[in-house]
Design a protein. Structure first.
Length: 325
């Protein structure tokens, strides 16, 4: 990795924040729910979905330091990976455009026209979209694929899927310090593991983090999380665990129980949960609460990185006063 002066990176990150005006710190809202009260628990939602409409939550926290570093190091192109509905890809396009970076999105699967709203938004911000069949996509970390991509697009800063690298993990580690109320457990959904790696590293003594993988067989993330922590901080922590039983069939899959949970949560609290990540995480939280897995008197914080897409979500985020380029 090329060197970039720390002061220059901080300057680029500040410039990105000035251009896009993220809402930081994000709000912390208490969720009043009789199921929590019956167990003597409090649940707080860390509303990272309100950070920015195109770069919400963990996307901002992981991408801002990465793109700032890339620009400060003299790169003019950032290349990243994601699925056809990847909000990470959209976020890279929007944030990269703000800094004047060329962006390339390598998308899993075949091209489909017209573009879905996520990829259309990325293309609108100048991202060049290219596609890999699923077999080739599984080899996205291989050096030979990187060589092929450089031959096609020229030199670039490679940003891993989900923004999960040492820079991204250090960015995510700043979230716990924003929580001004005492808490015991911090919960988040897990895709690549970078967010949990950072959150766990930012905890105070006596606190722990719980991650809810959205992929079937998510136990494999444990090694990735430890590796990310070692890369970011020089050592892995033991303040986190994974709850792998709430993937609901695998990535982007659902079950009747999850569908009912989303509808019930909307009826109770007026929030329609995003089904791929956040609904599975909160289904897991409430299931563990019912099973008595949290010590009575505990305060739980659940990090919400996105709500369901739609007019109500867009209006709510716009009302928060963040920029929508």
């Amino acid at each position: 990795m090329d060197e970039a002066p720390a002061a220059a990176v901080r300057g680029e990150e500040a410039r990105l924040a000035e251009l896009l005006r993220p809402r930081l710190p994000s709000p912390l809202d208490e969720l009043v729910d009789d199921r929590m009260a019956a167990r003597g628990l409090r649940l707080l939602l860390k509303r990272d979905d309100l950070v920015h409409p195109d770069i919400p939550g963990n996307k901002w926290r992981k991408l801002a330091p990465n793109l700032a570093w890339a620009h400060a190091a003299g790169h003019d192109t950032v290349l990243t990976f994601g699925g056809a509905y990847s909000h990470h890809v959209r976020a890279v396009a929007v944030a990269g455009a703000a800094l004047g970076l060329r962006t390339v999105g390598v998308i899993r699967g075949e091209e489909h026209r017209p573009l879905n709203p996520v990829l259309a938004r990325a293309a609108e911000h100048g991202m060049h979209l290219t596609y890999l069949d699923r077999t080739s996509y599984r080899r996205r970390t291989s050096p030979d694929l990187a060589d092929r991509l450089r031959a096609a697009f020229g030199p670039f800063h490679l940003l891993p899927e989900g923004g999960s690298n040492a820079l991204g993990v250090r960015g995510a580690a700043g979230l716990p310090a924003e929580i001004t109320q005492p808490f015991d457990v911090l919960c988040c959904s897990c895709g690549t593991g970078g967010t949990l790696a950072g959150l766990a590293a930012g905890l105070r003594p006596g606190q722990r983090a719980v991650g809810f993988p959205v992929l079937r067989g998510g136990d494999f993330l444990a090694d990735d999380i430890r590796a990310l922590q070692r890369a970011a901080f020089g050592a892995a922590t033991t303040t986190w665990t994974l709850e792998c039983g709430f993937h609901c069939g695998g990535y982007a899959r659902t079950t009747p129980d999850l569908t009912r949970f989303i509808a019930d949560f909307a009826d109770r609290h007026g929030l329609t949960l995003e089904p791929v990540y956040e609904a599975k995480m909160l289904l897991g939280v409430f299931t563990l609460v019912a099973a008595g897995d949290f010590r009575p008197g505990s305060t739980i914080v659940a990090v919400v990185n996105a709500l369901a897409d739609g007019p109500q979500s867009s209006a709510r985020i716009a009302a928060a006063g963040v920029a929508t380029p």
